[in-house]
Design a protein around this ligand. Sequence first.
Ligand SMILES: O=C(O)COP(=O)(O)O
Ligand SMILES: [Mg+2]
Length: 226
Amino acid sequence: MSETPPLLVDIDGTLTDESRAIDPRVFPVLREWPETVVIATGKAMPFPIALCEFLGIERTVVAENGGVVFVEATDELQLRGDHEASLAVAEAYRELGHELGFGAVDLANRWRETEIVVSLNQPLEPLERVAEEFGLVVLDTGFAYHVTDPSVDKGTGLAAICAELEMDPSSFLAVGDSENDAEAFDVAGEAIAVANADETAKARADRVTEARYADGFLEAVAPYRP
Ligand SMILES: O=C(O)COP(=O)(O)O
Ligand SMILES: [Mg+2]
């Protein structure tokens, strides 16, 4: 067994199956990991916080692609990104006759503080055009289009957490599936893309697993488990 590194792990497409359902086989792995676990996701903060809470692990979280960082150990919450600009993009996109695509209640955006997301079944080209007008970019995570601030990402989120915890980002193992994991892959010491990852994530990873989704995560962490 290799020495266990601190772990940064993505949620959708990495801890889940393709339906976004978390695979319960990952729960004991995360609970028993002997080093720091950072849950780093494009989802809004309540989702990774709840995952840590229900798992009974420390809430050390990057949410909204780095727009939100929470470190329970130091009771530190950091918000970055340009929420006003992303809300203006949403308004301009609606004025073009499009919808965000998550219905009236919109649980995908309801708790966001730094970016917005649009459903993959909505047109991408007008969204990218409007986002550019406001100095933002659109990330396709395979689960949603994220209209986000290009100066903020999971890599800056990991760096912020490491500054709080006096850790070195290059000590981390990072596991993910999408272009929104790429910057975390760049700063982590070892980056592993699961087999279902997009081409950007695969190109920025040190290696790609044989297995897909949560099976790929379990394969990635197997060398570090007793
Ligand atoms: O919510 C998304 O679109 C992607 O989330 P993830 O970063 O956990 O894969
Ligand atoms: Mg993902």
